[in-house]
Design a binder for this molecule. Structure first.
Ligand SMILES: C[S@@+](CC[C@H](N)C(=O)[O-])C[C@H]1O[C@@H](n2cnc3c(N)ncnc32)[C@H](O)[C@@H]1O
Length: 203
């Protein structure tokens, strides 16, 4: 498991002291719009890693999706989801390090998790999402489009070129464009991505 200064204790401390500025308090519009076009609920296994308070999981669960999993190594936000949505399946709350998760999943949702990781972990993130997805499965969500903040702590921004190089070995790029419906503080600063896991080669 890769080591990072931004470990569970770091994030627990941020939740405990209310330093959770990333928390939108609701499902964000780009993801709500994406979910709306998924069609009726089915058995697809959906993972939201680094989920925080997981409003997206709440939205999908209330819409009838039965196989939604949230993972976060901080306990507080998972408890918050459980309190808001008491019938969310306890077995789908994964209090675990992302890098230890096991698949397979059909869809992984990204929002302010990639940017929360130390940049040195990005190649491991790309490998791990690829490992967790079935061939044909998708990584869908939002990445910052350019630099963010001073760079000495999360969130860490990035460039399209960097993202292309990271994900191209494992994914076909179905959508990779500026998001048009970001929440206000992120307007003009996000890419909406939809990347499809390539078939695993058996060379
Ligand atoms: C910036 S917050 C974003 C939370 C959520 N995605 C949102 O949009 O509100 C990053 C989250 O990732 C979690 N996290 C960071 N590194 C993790 C790891 N290696 N495994 C699991 N969770 C992790 C933190 O505990 C935190 O809840």
């Amino acid at each position: 498991m890769p080591e990072s200064a931004f470990d569970a204790a770091y994030w627990m401390q941020r939740y405990a002291t209310g330093q959770d500025q990333w928390d939108a308090g609701r499902v964000t519009e780009p993801l709500r719009a994406y979910f709306a076009q998924l069609g009726p609920p089915d058995a697809r296994r959906i993972l939201i890693p680094g989920a925080g308070r997981a409003y997206e999981a709440e939205f999908l669960h209330r819409a009838g999706w039965p196989q939604v999993f949230v993972a976060d190594f901080a306990a507080e936000p998972l408890r918050a989801l459980q309190q808001r949505v008491p019938d969310f399946p306890a077995a789908h709350l994964l209090e675990a390090d992302f890098f230890t998760l096991e698949g397979p999943f059909d869809l992984i949702i990204e929002q302010t998790f990639f940017c929360a990781l130390a940049p040195a972990l990005r190649p491991a993130y790309a490998r791990k999402v690829a490992e967790l997805l079935r061939p044909g499965g998708k990584l869908v969500g939002l990445l910052f489009d350019g630099p963010v903040g001073p760079g000495d702590g999360p969130p860490f921004g990035g460039t399209r070129e960097e993202y292309r190089a990271l994900f191209a070995p494992y994914f076909d790029f179905l959508h990779f464009e500026a998001a048009r419906n970001s929440i206000k503080p992120r307007q003009g600063r996000e890419l909406f991505i939809s990347l499809r896991r390539k078939p695993v080669s058996r060379a």
